[in-house]
Write a protein that binds this ligand. Structure first.
Ligand code: ZN
Length: 411
C-alpha cells in the first residue's frame, strides 16, 4: 500500500461532473477547487477536496506541496501518429520556400518518404524513436495518447508498427490506445480497390486476431479513400469488433462527416471543411468531433474547423495534436490549447474539457481517466502557474512541473 497527498494546489482542476463527455455549457464547468488537494492510494485517487480536509485524512502519507501551482488531469491526446521513422525536415523547408504539395511530392517528399523509411526500419529502431516521442508527450503534460499505424501500407509493415505500439505501451510510461490505420494512403504497388481488399481480407483479420488495435481509422479524402471505399473498410472493421474513427473533410468537403454520422463512428477527425450539414450528421450519429488545429497551423493554412458551431450544436468536442512528421510535428497539448483559443475561439475552459475528459470518453476510458475524481487513475500534471488559463495564454513555453501516471512520477 503506497499513498501520498498532493496539497495546496492554487487550483485543483478536477473536471468532476456527469459520467459522460461534456457538451455546451458543461464544457466550461471545470469544478476547480482553490487550495485543493487529493489523496492517492495504490495508483488511484482516493479523496479530492480542500487541502485542510485532505491534510486531516492524510495520516502518515507523504506530502507533495504544490503551492502556487495548478494541478490538472493529464492531457488525453485522442489523435496521434506516434510511430514513424525519420522526419520531414526537407518538406518543411520546401514549404517555407513556397513549394506546393505536388512539388514536394515530386522531389521525393510527402507521406511516401515516411512510408519508405518506416518500411526500412526494424522494430527496435522504431521503438527507440517512438520512446523519444512518447517522452515529449509526457514533458507536455500528456498521460494518454491514441496512436495510429499507417506508415507501413503492407500487411507485414502495418503489423510491425502495431507491435511497436504494443511494445511502447509496455516499455514506456505513457499510456497508449492503439488504432489500425492501414487505410492511411494507397500502397503504390496496387490500385485503390485492390488495396481496400488487402485491408479488409488480410490486414483486419490479422490485426484483430493478434489483438493489436482497439479502433480502426480511414483517411477518407479525394485521392485517398472515397466514401464507398471508406464505408467498406469501416463496416468490415466493425464486424471484426473494432470501434471506428475517421479522417474526415480535411482538404475537401467529401461527405465524410455524413458517413461518420451514418456509421455512428466514435469520432470524426479534422473536419476543417465540414459544413452545417456535416455538423448535423455528427450530432444525429452521436459522433465526437476531434479538431486538430496544429495541422492547420503547421501547413500555413487559416481554414480552422468551426468549433463554435459544433459546440452550439451540442457536440462533445475534442482537441488533439495530430502529432505526425508531415503536417503537425508537435506533441504539445498546451500549444493546441493556445490555437483552440486564438484561432477557433474556444474559451480556455472549453479547451481544457476538450483535451481531458472528452477525449477520455472518445477513447472508451472515461470511467478511468480524464478527471480527478475518487476511484479514477492518479494520472495528473502539475504546472508552474496559478491560473489554469495561463496554459493557453503563455505559448511556446513549457510550464510542466511534474507528471504522474497511476500515482508514479514519470516527469
Ligand atoms: Zn491524422
Amino acid at each position: 500500500m503506497s499513498s501520498f497527498a498532493v496539497l495546496h494546489a492554487s487550483e485543483l482542476v478536477t473536471l468532476a461532473g456527469p459520467k459522460r463527455a461534456r457538451v455546451r455549457s458543461e464544457l466550461s464547468e471545470l469544478a476547480i477547487i482553490p487550495d485543493g488537494g487529493m489523496l492517492i492510494r495504490d495508483g488511484r485517487i482516493e479523496v479530492v477536496g480542500p487541502s485542510n480536509e485532505i491534510e486531516n485524512k492524510a495520516g502518515e502519507a507523504e506530502v507533495i506541496d504544490v503551492r502556487g501551482k495548478v494541478v490538472l488531469p493529464g492531457f488525453v491526446d485522442a489523435h496521434t501518429h506516434l510511430v514513424f521513422a525519420g522526419n520531414r525536415l526537407d518538406d518543411f523547408e520546401r514549404r517555407a520556400r513556397g513549394d506546393t504539395y505536388e512539388q514536394i511530392a515530386k522531389a521525393g517528399g510527402g507521406i511516401w518518404s515516411t512510408v519508405e523509411k518506416t518500411r526500412e526500419a526494424n522494430e527496435d529502431e522504431l521503438v527507440t524513436q517512438a520512446k523519444k516521442h512518447a517522452d515529449w508527450f509526457l514533458r507536455c503534460g500528456t498521460t494518454t495518447a491514441e496512436s495510429k499505424s499507417g506508415y507501413g501500407l503492407t500487411l507485414d509493415d502495418e503489423l510491425k508498427i502495431l507491435r511497436v505500439i504494443r511494445r511502447l505501451s509496455k516499455e514506456a510510461p505513457l499510456e497508449i490506445v492503439p488504432t489500425f490505420l492501414g487505410a492511411h494512403a494507397v500502397s503504390r504497388e496496387m490500385n485503390t480497390d485492390e488495396y481496400v481488399d488487402l485491408v479488409i481480407n488480410d490486414m483486419l483479420p490479422r490485426v484483430t486476431s493478434e489483438n493489436l488495435a482497439e479502433f480502426c481509422d480511414v483517411f477518407c479524402e479525394q485521392g485517398y479513400f472515397d466514401i464507398e471505399q471508406s464505408r467498406r473498410i469501416l463496416t468490415a472493421a466493425k464486424r471484426f469488433g473494432l470501434n471506428l474513427r475517421i479522417h474526415a473533410d480535411q482538404l475537401s468537403e467529401s461527405g465524410a462527416a455524413r458517413l461518420a454520422g451514418e456509421l455512428k463512428t466514435t469520432t470524426a477527425d479534422h473536419l476543417e471543411k465540414t459544413d452545417e450539414h456535416g455538423i448535423a450528421a455528427l450530432k444525429s450519429g452521436g459522433v465526437q468531433p476531434v479538431l486538430l488545429p496544429g495541422s492547420v497551423y503547421a501547413l500555413g493554412s487559416t481554414c480552422y474547423p468551426r468549433a463554435r458551431e459544433m459546440i452550439e450544436a451540442g457536440l462533445a468536442v475534442v482537441i488533439a495534436t495530430d502529432f505526425n512528421p508531415g503536417s503537425s510535428p508537435t506533441p504539445s497539448m498546451p500549444m493546441i490549447l493556445s490555437l483552440a483559443c486564438t484561432q477557433m475561439k474556444m474559451s480556455p475552459a472549453e479547451a481544457i474539457s476538450a483535451s481531458t475528459i472528452n477525449p477520455a470518453y472518445s477513447l472508451g476510458r472515461g470511467d478511468q481517466i480524464g478527471s480527478l475524481e475518487p476511484g479514477k487513475l492518479a494520472n495528473f500534471a502539475i504546472f508552474e502557474c496559478e491560473d489554469y488559463r495561463e496554459l493557453a495564454y503563455w505559448f511556446g513555453l513549457p510550464l510542466t512541473h511534474g507528471v504522474y501516471i497511476k500515482g508514479k512520477k514519470v516527469q
